[in-house]
Write a protein that binds this ligand. Structure first.
Ligand code: SAH
Ligand code: DHB
Ligand code: MG
Length: 219
């Protein structure tokens, strides 16, 4: 039976329910499984999005007709595979990663998944790389999942370089439960929320750690 707690933010999700729905709606083939397992297997932090978030990212790109997409924070390429698979044949994903080992592992996982043509892994610091990527814009979607201290700057870049109707997506919008805290990360993510609401039609989807979604107002 439903109760008022769900409107107050309580979640009905349990590990067992999450696993059940993920297996049905967001199953892994060998390529997604390889990219999902890679961080733990390669001694990298296992901080990729969950399967349901990966599928959600893909479907949001699909329903918005996204063709040119930027991702900040590649890790092992798990979210990149989800997103790239939901682009049209002439679509392209540029995914930015500053850690050379992460970039190499991602490149190998994307190659195994047959996505080298559709995805460019750009090795470098996000703010520096974004300056170079500008010439490929305007973009249809930007997925922010790198260091939280620059989330506000990433959002400003997206507001400038997305087309009207383009999507801003940001993982960890609850900042690991610390969004209201007194840290530079939390302050930057709070600014992202505020500035996104000003320039986009927006909502924070209550995934386990929050997925910010903004649709750029235009023109
Ligand atoms: N989107 C990935 C997970 C990304 S984890 C997935 O869901 O599969 C965050 C990644 O961002 C890490 O690999 C980290 O090395 C990278 N990163 C952190 N700060 C960065 C920066 N300033 N520029 C580029 N990459 C950064
Ligand atoms: C961390 C980063 C992420 O993007 C995430 O989804 C989970 C954890 C981290 O830096 O610890
Ligand atoms: Mg994240």
């Amino acid at each position: 039976m439903a109760d008022p707690d769900s409107r107050a933010g309580m979640a009905y999700i349990t590990p067992e329910i999450l696993e059940f729905v993920q297996k049905i709606h967001a199953p892994h083939d060998v390529h997604l499984q390889r990219a999902f397992d890679a961080p733990a297997a390669e001694g990298m932090p296992a901080i990729q999005v969950g399967p349901s978030e990966g599928k959600l990212l893909g479907l949001l790109l699909q329903i918005s007709g996204a063709r040119k997409v930027v991702e900040l924070g590649t890790l092992a390429g798990y979210s990149a595979i989800w997103m790239a698979r939901h682009l049209p044949p002439d679509g392209h994903l540029w995914t930015v990663e500053e850690n050379p080992k992460h970039a190499d592992v991602a490149q190998a996982n994307l190659a195994a998944a047959g996505l080298t043509e559709r995805v460019t892994v750009v090795e470098g610091e996000a703010l520096a790389v974004l300056k170079v990527l500008e010439r490929h814009g305007p973009f249809d979607a930007v997925f922010v999942d790198a260091d939280k201290t620059s989330y506000d700057a990433y959002g400003r870049w997206a507001a400038k370089h997305l087309r009207p109707g383009g999507l801003l997506l940001a993982d960890n919008a609850f900042c690991f439960k610390g969004l209201m805290g007194d840290t530079p990360e939390a302050a930057a993510v709070r600014r992202l929320h505020q500035e996104t609401a000003a320039a986009f039609d927006s909502v924070c989807i209550p995934t386990p750690d929050g997925l910010l979604l903004g649709v750029k107002r235009g023109p």
